[in-house]
Write a protein that binds this ligand. Sequence first.
Ligand code: HEC
Length: 206
Amino acid sequence: MTVPFAAAVIGQTAPPAEEPITPIVAAEIPDQGKIALGESLFNDARLSHDNAIACGSCHRLDLSGDDGQVRSAAAEGGLLDFNSPTVFNAFLSFRLNWRGNFRTIEEQNEAVLLDDRLMNTSWEELLPELRSDPDYAARFSALYGTAPDRTTVLDALAAFQRSLATPNARFDHYLKGERHALTAEEEQGYRLFRATRRALAQILKS
Ligand code: HEC
């Protein structure tokens, strides 16, 4: 049954099947040490070949999680094929990247590290660099009981990215039923989004 939009407007909550977006919920990450370690890795150019670039160069947290460019520079020169998306709330998406070709932060991140147009590194290049750094060696040992390896590097990076949630934005309040959290124009935009999505779903079904 279709619940009229007006139902949400007067304070009732539309059933989940009808609401395409759910409010952002902060992830529960018990280990702050892993978040801090992941943040260090995210901002460390040693994660790229020849220490050229860090994750944070294209995903700047002071620029809403992207780099403000139409398309970022590729490692070998020229421009990337795609715009850098934000890393805020990305972990909540059930598919990642513009083409949706990854399902978890860990597998997406490994692809970025090994992609010759992005970080352009290899585990053979990266792990010895991290292991020879006494600070990293001590932090990995304390948190994971091992030297940095593929699994722990991806785990720490993912822990940091799972901390990049933005709950309680105006839109979240709106989704929880606070009608006036959005301006009339913003609300109109969301109605348009819902209608377009419904129409597309119909076309895909037929
Ligand atoms: C040179 C710029 C650049 C660098 C450096 C970079 N990224 Fe990205 N990132 C991108 C682009 C462009 C995409 C979109 C790729 C696509 O859709 O195929 C992306 C996509 C992502 C996504 C998916 C976001 C979403 O909403 O689907 C995540 C997560 C991510 N990057 C994390 C990282 C991490 C972690 C690193 C470092 C290991 C990193 N990126 C380094 C440009 C960059």
